[in-house]
Design a protein around this ligand. Structure first.
Ligand SMILES: CCCCCCCCCC/C=C\CCCCCCC/C=C/C(=O)SCCNC(=O)CCNC(=O)[C@H](O)C(C)(C)COP(=O)(O)OP(=O)(O)OC[C@H]1O[C@@H](n2cnc3c(N)ncnc32)[C@H](O)[C@@H]1OP(=O)(O)O
Ligand SMILES: Cc1cc2nc3c(=O)[nH]c(=O)nc-3n(C[C@H](O)[C@H](O)[C@H](O)COP(=O)(O)OP(=O)(O)OC[C@H]3O[C@@H](n4cnc5c(N)ncnc54)[C@H](O)[C@@H]3O)c2cc1C
Length: 627
């Protein structure tokens, strides 16, 4: 039935002010207004249609992405959108594209690592998209180990230039988004060699393609690396390969905020720590954490709405069957994910604040909080992306067979999302960074250097004081356990930031109560999942574990009547959700039925290939047919 809200009875059950929750989710009334307006603008514009993506060939998909990116840019200019509105537009267009890396990595790298002069020269061009940049760090042979990169940048004092070269096959740049077919420029990372001495990896601005006809400049071999996981999905992005053959660039194209090379060939290090070369990664990891809550909430919204529509078993006297959302097993799989989506939202908000704080300090040459910011961005990026990728897949299973259809939106969401566990730092490698930071802190316990901020709790953990002398030994041997410790530390961060959020004033009838329920679910679910660790370390008793489990069940019952309203609070349009199972009105079956007939296979009743392959088989003519 068109126009009927099949989930109205669910919405009527809710016990809190959904509009007020929408503002909490968006972050502020202003953020809500912007997000709401831009999401509707994108949804209502046929230029941003995306429902046909899964049936396009790679070339069609890519060209369509180019068209959309150009159209989005035109929209931004025509409507005079602010940077905030433009970023929302990119978000709701919902398609990975070269523009993400241009705005998300190329520009931040120049801002963070370029001198004032370099920023003045390059940023205006980049902001107007008169040049399009990518971030070329990873190589065929080296991704995680940045110090192991093989591309060289050798200074030639005769010409005042760097010679950028790929000495081996494994030194070919491999993976950078936008590099394959679009970018005109790259921030290329290379081992700096000055006067025959290696000075570590640095970033260089390198022009790749002609600004006249887009052909690669002399000395560049560049192309796309090929199809990736999932049809459609991340294949809209032209991840690329690039080889340099003694490419010369002017000396002033080395990003020189951290260190400089003079025209006489002297290498000078400023007071700025070398780690700032990694600054763009710090920035992107922080945005990835914020994005995790979006991806997870989207999957949870689909699975929750569909779970309220779907009925199986339990019919009494010919009445309707039971909504699957009423099964305790469904609730125990779904509601912790709902709670996680909210938890990641708030920790993402906090991380944004932390990032802004560290950036401000860095500008004032205060580098004291950089290690903590690195540990937090790395650890939370790892934790939230792993949980989100797993959560999306769980949501697909929660939708049963229909979840496997592309029209559920979940396969594509998973395929687009799952590389977040690898890019911007492989998740285990990042957890090892957190472990290193934690172990360093433990080794300093008892000294005059008191842990502050997110590690202040360590002084209160007596057990840590006892093991501090042994922590410098056996890091590699114990790394699997240390990674678990790093996860636990990050979980503590997520829980504590959720609790801090609840200590703020939160207006709206019943809103705070709902958030308290979700916070308790998040914390108790973790306790339940890791109860073996809690019990074996004596942190809780078996009685505590049983109580936690009882409490969880009671909390699930409290969420149940509010579940649909809690996902409505994400305020996602049907366009953004891209899912028949998750559509706002819950009118799932007619929409699924209708969509099936739009599949290209159904364009003809008798399929192409019938006369060639099916008929000969049926007629037992297969041995004589030319296949
Ligand atoms: C107006 C219009 C507007 C339109 C708007 C549109 C908006 C669009 C916006 C889009 C926004 C965002 C979207 C982004 C899109 C993202 C797409 C994703 C694309 C993917 C890109 C990539 O993957 S890039 C490549 C990433 N690569 C990695 O992450 C490599 C991982 N490896 C590392 O980071 C390091 O090598 C490693 C951390 C493993 C270091 O290992 P190690 O060798 O042991 O360490 P060293 O190098 O020696 O370093 C030693 C010390 O440095 C510390 N440290 C390391 N990293 C950092 C860091 N980042 N910050 C600070 N400190 C760091 C380390 O801990 C050591 O410290 P110590 O004290 O010595 O122990
Ligand atoms: C979709 C996508 C987009 C990307 N975009 C870009 C881009 O725009 N620009 C760019 O420069 N790069 C990009 N990358 C590359 C990405 O940053 C790297 O793939 C990532 O950093 C992981 O490095 P790797 O591939 O070398 O993995 P590896 O390090 O080879 O990982 C393989 C395995 O080894 C393990 N491992 C590695 N080191 C250790 C260790 N020290 N201890 C224990 N275990 C270890 C890992 O945990 C993992 O299980 C992209 C990648 C993808 C998938």
């Amino acid at each position: 039935m068109e126009g009927v809200d099949h989930l109205a009875h669910e919405r009527n059950k809710s016990e809190f002010d959904v509009d007020a929750m929408k503002i909490v989710w968006a972050g502020s009334p202003h953020a809500f207004v912007v997000s709401d307006r831009i999401s509707k603008l994108v949804a209502s514009d046929p230029g941003f249609r995306k429902d046909n993506r899964s049936t396009l060939s790679r070339k069609e998909l890519f060209k369509n992405t180019l068209r959309k990116a150009a159209y989005a840019w035109k929209t931004i200019i025509d409507l005079h959108l602010s940077e905030e509105e433009a970023a929302k537009l990119r978000f709701y267009v919902d398609e990975p594209a070269f523009t993400d890396v241009h705005w998300g990595m190329f520009i931040p790298a120049i801002k963070g690592q370029g001198t004032e002069e370099q920023q003045q020269k390059w940023l205006p061009l980049a902001y107007k998209m008169q040049i399009i940049g990518c971030y070329a760090q990873t190589e065929l042979g080296h991704g995680s180990n940045v110090q192991g990169l093989e591309t060289t940048a050798t200074f030639d004092p005769q010409t005042d230039e760097f010679i950028i070269h790929s000495p081996t096959l494994t030194s070919s740049k491999w993976w950078p988004g936008g590099l394959g077919k679009v970018a005109t420029h790259a921030i290329a990372y290379a081992l700096l060699i000055v006067g025959g001495r290696e000075q570590g990896v640095h970033g260089f601005i390198v022009q790749l393609r002609s600004l006249e006809d887009h052909s690669p400049l002399p000395g560049m071999t560049v192309g796309d690396i090929g199809m990736k996981f999932g049809n459609g999905a991340y294949n809209a992005m032209d991840n690329g390969v690039l080889r340099f053959d003694h490419v010369r660039i002017p000396r002033n194209q080395m990003l020189m905020r951290v260190s400089q090379v003079t025209c006489e060939g002297k290498y000078k290090q400023s007071d700025v720590p070398r780690q700032l070369v990694y600054g763009a990664m710090l920035y992107v990891r922080q945005t990835i954490v914020a994005d995790a809550s979006c991806a997870l909430s989207r999957a949870v919204c689909i699975a929750t709405r569909y779970s309220a529509v779907r009925r199986q078993f339990g019919s009494q006297n010919g009445g309707p069957e039971t909504q699957v959302i009423d099964y305790k097993t469904q609730q125990s799989r779904l509601f912790p994910l709902l709670a996680s989506a909210y938890a990641f939202r708030f920790v993402g908000e906090w991380l944004k604040w932390l990032y802004a704080d560290v950036t401000q300090r860095l500008q004032a040459n205060d580098f004291s909080t950089l290690p903590e910011a690195h540990a937090c961005t790395a650890g939370l990026k790892s934790l939230t992306t792993t949980a989100t990728a797993d959560g999306i897949e769980e949501c697909r299973k929660l939708c049963g067979g229909h979840g496997y259809l592309c029209s559920s939106g979940l396969p594509e969401l998973f395929a687009v999302y799952v590389p977040a566990c690898t890019y911007e730092g492989e998740n285990t490698v990042l957890l090892l960074q957190v472990a290193r930071f934690l172990m360093k802190t433990v080794s300093q316990l008892g000294s005059s250097k008191k842990p502050v901020g997110t590690i202040a709790y360590m002084t209160r953990v007596e057990h840590l004081m006892q093991c501090r002398c042994g922590v410098q030994r056996g890091f590699a041997e114990l790394s699997a356990d240390l990674v678990e410790a790093a996860v636990a530390h990050c979980q503590l961060l997520v829980v504590s930031k959720f609790i801090e959020k609840l200590q703020q004033e939160i207006p709206g009838k019943g809103v705070k109560q709902q958030l308290e329920v979700l916070c308790n679910i998040y914390a108790l679910f973790l306790l339940h999942k890791h109860q073996g660790d809690f019990l074996s370390t004596g942190c809780i008793t078996p009685k505590h574990a049983a109580l936690a489990n009882d409490e969880l069940r009671s909390l699930y019952s409290q969420v149940r009547p509010n579940a649909i309203a809690l996902v409505d609070a994400f305020n996602y349009t049907d366009h953004y959700l891209g899912s028949i199972l998750g559509c706002y009105d819950g009118n799932v079956y007619p929409k699924l039925y209708e969509a099936a007939w739009k599949d290209p296979l159904n364009e003809s009743v008798v399929p192409d290939g019938y006369h060639q392959y099916i008929r000969p088989l049926l007629k037992q003519e297969i041995r004589t047919a030319r296949l």
